[in-house]
Design a protein around this ligand. Structure first.
Ligand code: 8YV
Length: 318
């Protein structure tokens, strides 16, 4: 198939100005968000786009793809492709590029930030200082829980799971993991039963892919198994945890606390969590550092450039 000099690319969802500018230099870029009626825009103009750029948070739906009959490539800013209708892309032979590996370090760092923050109650301690309670000596700040030497259960042993496990070495933590299968190249203990892992762990970190297969993998039963001394950290997708069950478990002190970067219905966070001191809440920022976001943006562009030059991607989502 011939590729025009400036292929027409549709932007679906928000992307950083740096990325948008880089794309504009090379491509004829239109934004679905700019259309007053996106469905009508797609119906009228969908046929002219050969590429889509999107983010892991937004993705591309099957309905949108149906209005893009000449779509050949999707370049996604992020590693999670659960919001992209991958089955449709596969069936139509649409290439899907994404940004794996680049963000492993930053997501693993945030997993540990959440773990330390929730165990040592640092956000709560910060509020204690700012509110003047320390100087008023109303009451002493309560002790936290020790992280070094504790047991870390990792749910998902992909690229980021491995990076988290390596971080745990520095804290002399015991590490075990649960995944669909044991991972040959790692020496951490494989736990085929998620319930057993939760029973064993002091900290259960979710870093598995989102989507229907992992929906509510961490449910009330798993949270019960984690128990009143256990903490849940979620840096994967909100869908992986049954959020209602989590809210109940926290309210009833069935688990000790939670550190959450992701939620079921972002940017909406269950109201009940906002007033709990034993939770740390982040606005889905695990990969968000200047360095990593720039490298991710570059990969989005490089994937597209290589696709239009040679018909292949640097990093193709399976
Ligand atoms: C980003 C993510 O927050 O890579 C992912 O799957 O969820 C995050 O890195 C997201 O891509 C920003 O849009």
């Amino acid at each position: 198939m011939n590729t025009p000099e400036r292929p027409a690319i549709l932007r679906v969802g928000g992307l950083s100005p740096i990325l948008v500018n880089r794309l504009r230099e090379r491509y004829e870029l239109a934004a679905l968000d700019d259309a007053a009626d996106p469905a009508a825009f797609l119906a009228e103009q969908g046929a002219r786009f050969v590429g889509v750029v999107t983010s892991a948070l937004c993705g591309v739906s099957a309905e949108q793809m149906a209005s893009l009959p000449n779509l050949r490539v999707i370049s996604c800013f992020g590693v999670g492709v659960d919001k992209i209708a991958m089955d449709v892309a596969r069936a139509r032979g649409i290439a899907v590029g994404y940004t794996p590996d680049i963000l492993n370090d930053c997501v693993a760092d945030i997993a540990f930030a959440l773990l330390l923050d929730v165990a040592r109650a640092t956000p709560e301690a910060d509020r204690y200082v700012r509110s003047g309670q320390w100087t008023q000596q109303v009451s002493r700040f309560h002790p936290g829980r020790k992280v070094s030497g504790a047991r870390l259960g990792i749910v998902g042993m992909g690229r980021i799971g491995k990076t988290i496990a390596r971080r745990a070495l520095g804290f002399e933590m015991g590490v075990r993991y649960h995944a669909r299968h044991a991972v040959a190249e790692v020496s951490w203990g494989y736990e085929p039963s998620l319930l057993e892992l939760a029973r064993w762990a002091d900290f259960l970190v979710a870093i598995t892919a989102g989507g229907p297969e992992t929906r509510h993998l961490i449910d009330a039963v798993v949270l019960d198994a984690l128990g009143p001394r256990g903490f849940l950290i979620n840096v994967s997708r909100g869908s992986v945890v049954d959020e209602d069950a989590l809210v109940r478990a926290l309210a009833e002190k069935k688990i000790a606390g939670a550190g959450l970067d992701v939620f079921a219905d972002e940017p909406h966070v269950p109201q009940a969590l906002l007033s709990m001191d034993n939770v740390v809440l982040l606005p889905h920022i695990a990969s968000s550092t200047e360095e990593t976001r720039l490298a991710m943006a570059q990969r989005v562009v490089d994937n597209l450039d290589l696709f239009f030059a040679e018909g292949r991607l640097i990093s193709a989502a399976a």
